[in-house]
Design a protein around this ligand. Structure first.
Ligand code: COS
Length: 384
């Protein structure tokens, strides 16, 4: 479903205003305290951010991908930790249910995920299973009308505040997609504990920690879609969408960084004139602008393809690879244009430089994106 143009513009304006008026002024405090104030969470809920991608039948805004990426770009103009709180509900924390849940599972969780009352978290990665997702060891053993979960999940975004975990676990030992199932596990049940919050390089306020299952009994109806064996493919499909969202976020952050760099370059004077007058500074501005435009165009194109129902596994990986690497280069140039000031935490570019490093790693490293792109390209050529 697509919104009419006027409604979409109203939403985008509201998000841009919220970012500029409420989030940007709160960035420094977030970096220092690592806590998002309740008033801001309430504002995010009022805007409907938690339910962007959830069907209106369940209380969400039901944006299509082209619309969602535009909101993600707008959200990129501030610290990514703000987006991260709603981000799992928009993406990896809700989409398995959207894609493969039973009607009862959708009705039980999507309305509360859409409002942000419930935070969803995606538990795939493990200490020994990162890029090689299929090697995960967390096990789920059927016992009567329950499953018993054992294992540890690592770096799980929003786990410390999550009410619901989408957990990928092994229901049989072989290395094949069908050996992995997906469970919807509610926080607070016996046998589920959380590790200490991770101390990270950046994105203070975006919370991650281990999630540990120790003989954790979940009812059989927690099995996603009521079917064993669809966990791996569902996780991959969830990541296909998530990677587009993250790419859009990278575009938004790069726009913010370039804006900050240009403003600084027009104010800062050296050799008697603003440094923006120097062609070597202009080259960094130009390269950044061109790359942002390229990434933005890719993301919009891939989002439209996805909305047309086409398979965008390759396009999403191309976007994630290019946009996450691009925002790293733009952040680097933004620091360079700021000179010594760019190394000082008073300036936002120092913080963003650390924040954006994550985008080349999570939801699939750049190397995994390359692998997916090459596989898909070869497959397409051989099947042509
Ligand atoms: N959509 C639907 N199905 C998919 C899929 C996708 N995007 N990707 C893979 N599958 C299917 C395959 O078609 C295959 O099915 P068949 O067995 O019927 O052929 C099955 O899933 C297994 O896929 P594949 O053989 O490609 O598995 P691999 O173990 O080779 O690994 C990669 C695939 C590397 C792509 C996967 O492990 C991956 O994405 N790793 C990165 C994980 C990640 O992003 N982690 C970040 C943490 S989550 S925030």
């Amino acid at each position: 479903m697509a919104l009419d143009a006027e409604t979409l513009n109203l939403l985008l304006d509201a998000v841009r205003r919220f970012v500029a008026e409420r989030l940007v002024p709160a960035e420094q405090a977030l970096a220092e305290t690592g806590t998002i104030p309740e008033s801001i969470v309430a504002g995010m809920r009022e805007l409907g951010l938690f339910g962007l991608s959830i069907d209106p039948a369940y209380g969400g805004l039901g944006l299509n991908m082209e619309e969602e990426v535009q909101v993600a770009m707008a959200l990129g103009h501030t610290s990514p930790a703000f987006r991260s709180l709603a981000g799992t509900n928009i993406g990896i924390g809700s989409q398995a249910i959207v894609l493969a849940g039973t009607d009862a599972q959708r009705a039980a969780y999507l309305p509360r995920l859409a409002t942000g009352e419930l935070i969803g978290s995606f538990a795939l990665t493990e200490p020994e299973a990162g890029s090689d997702a299929m090697s995960l060891r967390t096990s789920a053993r059927r016992e009567g009308d329950h499953y018993i979960l054992n294992g540890t999940k690592r770096f799980i975004t929003n786990a410390p505040v999550a009410g619901l975990f989408t957990v990928m676990a092994r229901t049989s030992p072989e290395r094949k997609a069908e050996a992995i199932s997906c469970f919807l596990v509610e926080a607070g049940i016996p046998g589920l504990t959380l590790g200490k919050p991770d101390k990270k390089m950046g994105q203070a306020g975006s919370l991650t920690c281990d999630v540990i299952f120790d003989n954790c009994r979940v009812p059989a109806d927690a099995l996603l879609g009521g079917q064993e064996g669809n966990g791996f493919r569902t996780a991959m499909r969830v990541l296909d969408k998530g990677r587009l969202h993250i790419s859009a976020l990278c575009v938004g952050i790069a726009q913010r960084l370039l804006g900050d760099a240009i403003r600084y370059a027009t104010e800062r004077k050296q050799f008697g004139k603003p440094i923006a007058d120097f062609q070597l500074i202009q080259a960094m501005i130009a390269d950044s602008q061109a790359e942002i435009y390229a990434a933005q165009s890719m993301v919009m194109d891939a989002a439209r393809k996805r909305d047309r129902g086409e398979n965008t596994t390759m396009e999403a990986a191309c976007c994630k690879l290019f946009a996450s690497e691009m925002v790293g280069r733009v952040a680097d140039r933004a620091v360079q244009i700021h000179g010594g000031a760019g190394y000082i935490s008073e300036y936002a570019v120092e913080r963003f430089y650390r924040d954006v490093r994550l985008f080349r790693i999570y939801e699939g490293t750049s190397q995994i994106q390359q692998l997916v792109i090459a596989r898909e390209a070869i497959k397409a050529e051989l099947n042509a």
